[in-house]
Design a protein around this ligand. Sequence first.
Ligand SMILES: NC(=O)c1ccc[n+]([C@@H]2O[C@H](COP(=O)([O-])OP(=O)(O)OC[C@H]3O[C@@H](n4cnc5c(N)ncnc54)[C@H](O)[C@@H]3O)[C@@H](O)[C@H]2O)c1
Length: 304
Amino acid sequence: MVFIQSQFITGHGAPWIEVEELLKSERNFQVSQRKWAPREKHFKNPMGDQKLMEDGTSRFTCKGKPIYHFMGTSTFSQYTVVSDVNLAKLDDDANLERVCLLGCAFSTGYGAVINNAKVTPGSTCAIFGLGGVGLSAVMGCKASGASRIIVIDINSEKFTKAKALGATDCLNPKDLDKPIQEVIIEMTNGGVDFAFECVGGAKIMRAALDSVTVGWGVCTIIGVNVGDNGLNVSAMELLMGRTLTGTCFGGWKGVTSVPKLAADYKNKKLDLDALVSHTLPFDKVNEAFDLMYQGKSIRTVLLF
Ligand SMILES: NC(=O)c1ccc[n+]([C@@H]2O[C@H](COP(=O)([O-])OP(=O)(O)OC[C@H]3O[C@@H](n4cnc5c(N)ncnc54)[C@H](O)[C@@H]3O)[C@@H](O)[C@H]2O)c1
């Protein structure tokens, strides 16, 4: 197959109304069953970025040439083909305009805290980046009983919502005259117990790792490393008792965990509403991207 260079149908994290055709599945799905939430990566799937189906082919073409899938879902499309490992079954009364957030942002940030780092009551936490992922991490730290939740963002407009969700201290690196990690170490008399990097890029990953205390501090990398040389870590840094870890989708197993998270939202145990800043019709998808790039939105729900 000759693919159109780097072109793919984007979108992940969406609930669908209907499964139209079922080719083959060992799971108990039925055609026309309503409301499914596909999610990204499933650990059974060997295709890490899931640009193609398991058989190495694409189901999309543009002008006669194949184009890639995205994260195994390609949800910015009225019709898509997904592997059944990327589908989770939801109750008929699931709120489609909210459970879509379980496909990525909420599950990742909240799960990083609960499943990966396992934040403990009374602990101190630092969260770098207050997008959908970072704000979900704030919610996870609050739910875990953290005593101090320090949030860091270069966009101070994000602080109002972060405080409402449980942040205790807000720092904008642009307002500081020394590196953010030095400020956090001073504020906490040695560093936080847990740090969550929810931005991406080596510089911020380094700041997050430096911010955790020696002895027992845990730094969880969530952001994607794009366009730099990555994080260099010396053995001595780990030998001093810090743990460096990361998360993929918050450590949840999508097929089984997403329905439970959806039930928790329905039972008002989780707040997905806080992450939705805008709702737009699908034909305004480019406006939604602009809002995101301008830092004006947390998450925009697109309605088909
Ligand atoms: N590990 C996973 O499974 C997983 C899943 C989803 C998203 N991600 C990654 O998590 C990261 C966050 O996702 P998101 O959707 O919340 O992103 P987002 O763009 O909505 O939010 C990023 C936030 O970081 C802030 N920011 C940017 N540069 C900063 C800096 N130098 N210091 C402090 N704050 C800064 C921005 O102002 C923004 O509020 C992305 O890199 C994304 O690719 C990873």
